[in-house]
Write a new protein. Structure first.
Length: 461
């Protein structure tokens, strides 16, 4: 729990229980606690970085970040769509346990969640621990005053309250304007990725004036969510380099490469201000890539919106800076194959910075795996996935999945039958074992049933 208090390395197996020593920065003395930058992008496929297998794109900045980080090879979003996963990231709970079983949208008749203010948040816990907390970019957890990031532990919000943007340049959704500086409407110019990047750079530079106070930035990009709208010069660059690329794929590659350049700018600003030595960087997506716009989910089945692996498996990395002492050395370029999920991020970050972890979270701290990335959970871990949705395919009903070790129960649509897969032998989820392994099938259904009962206790309207 103390891991990131320690500035210097202690000989032996344990880290010394003492604060990090201060170091000079351009703005004065560095805080004794590390800063935290949590970057969440939108609809990035499990293989849609060059370091993850996409041979038709160039993502040098994220490639470099992954090379310096602990890579979470079996990292799962707790829902295959936007709002619920964001709720799990910020609370450490499964989404239905905080009132967000589905997507929160502009129009109430097609909105399927209400972010519970009664649960602790990562931002609130860090705020209580003395951190300045900043949310930049896409919020997508409610539009009312009660839903505002200020009500969920953020000192300041600079971003987009809504869900997707109908246009990356006019920043509107259904003709409504959701860009805010705090609670004040603002109308920035430019591509949304560039806008959020500039705001993040400005925030990082400003923190050199308050270097004795640690900070937490939740940086949420809209990209590469639809509409697939890269800047034209980035699209032309991809077309010239990849002569045979399919037009739909070219646009998505360009949007992701432009996103990579923006994240590179943010990481460079950290380095230029001397804060890279004392800033934990977490990177992830909110769900798998959208197949019908050209996303690359590798060899995983299906994509965004689906309870199969392509909808739930996401890129994930955790960079621990040299300022955190010996533990940083164990993570450089390492990989864990243990099953982890977005609900794990809250307890992990709090554990790393020495802040109090609330009781009863669904997520687990990953610090044991950070100490030794080759380790696995001692017991077969349960991870739950839920989604409530409207429209013809769902009609307000739900789909679910549960993972226990390598065994996965999938209910992909309200009208679909339950399927049972052994991912160790069948990673592509092709062989349904529900009839052949009826005992295990029933056990998994009972586990899921108990979880649904727990989630049903939380209002979502």
């Amino acid at each position: 729990m103390w891991l990131c208090f320690f500035w210097t390395m202690t000989i032996g197996l344990m880290l010394a229980e003492r604060p990090l020593a201060a170091a000079d920065t351009p703005g004065g003395q560095r805080s004794s606690r590390p800063n935290v930058l949590l970057i969440i992008v939108d609809d990035l496929g499990a293989a849609d970085l060059s370091c993850l297998g996409s041979t038709d794109m160039r993502t040098p900045h994220l490639d470099d970040l992954f090379a310096r980080s602990l890579q979470l090879q079996r990292f799962y979003a707790n829902c295959p769509v936007c709002s619920p996963t964001r709720a799990s990231v910020l609370t450490g709970f499964y989404p239905d346990r905080v009132g967000v079983p589905g997507v929160i949208r502009t129009h109430q008749e097609n909105s399927w969640g209400n972010f519970s203010p009664s649960k602790p948040t990562l931002s609130g816990a860090l705020q209580d621990a003395g951190y300045h907390t900043e949310a930049i970019g896409k919020w997508h957890l409610g539009l009312t005053e009660e839903d505002h990031p200020h009500r969920h532990g953020f000192d300041h919000f600079h971003g987009f309250l809504g869900d997707m943007m109908d246009d990356y340049y006019n920043h509107l959704r259904h003709g409504q304007h959701y860009m805010r500086d705090g609670t004040t409407p603002v109308r920035p110019e430019g591509h949304a990725t560039d806008v959020f990047t500039s705001w993040a750079e400005a925030f990082i530079s400003k923190q050199t004036e308050h270097a004795d106070r640690p900070w937490f930035m939740y940086l949420a990009y809209n990209a590469p969510h639809t509409p697939i709208q890269p800047p034209q010069d980035w699209l032309e660059r991809v077309r010239q380099r990849e002569a045979s690329i399919e037009p739909r794929r070219a646009k998505l590659v360009a949007l992701i490469e432009h996103l990579d350049e923006g994240i590179g700018r943010v990481l460079k600003r950290l380095a230029d201000t001397g804060q890279d030595q004392n800033t934990i960087v977490v990177f992830t997506s909110d769900n798998g890539g959208q197949v019908n716009v050209g996303a690359n989910n590798g060899n995983l089945r299906d994509g965004k919106g689906s309870m199969y692996e392509g909808g739930l498996r996401i890129p994930g990395s955790l960079y621990i800076p040299p300022g955190c002492g010996a533990i940083a050395e164990t993570t450089i370029g390492s990989v864990t194959k243990a099953a982890t999920c977005t609900a794990d991020l809250m307890p992990t970050v709090l554990d790393l910075v020495g802040a109090e972890i609330p009781d009863g979270l669904d997520g687990r701290s990953l610090v044991p795996m950070i100490r030794n990335p080759a380790t696995d959970w001692e017991d077969p871990r349960e991870i739950y996935f839920v989604r409530r949705e409207g429209g013809k395919a769902y009609g307000g009903l739900t789909c679910e999945a549960v993972l226990v070790g390598q065994t996965k129960l999938v209910h992909n649509l309200p009208t679909s039958r339950f399927e049972l897969f052994d991912l160790s032998d069948d990673p592509l989820e092709q062989v349904d074992l529900s009839d052949r392994q009826s005992g295990k099938f029933r056990d998994m259904q009972l586990r899921l049933q108990r979880h649904i009962q727990n989630g049903g206790r939380i209002p979502w309207q």
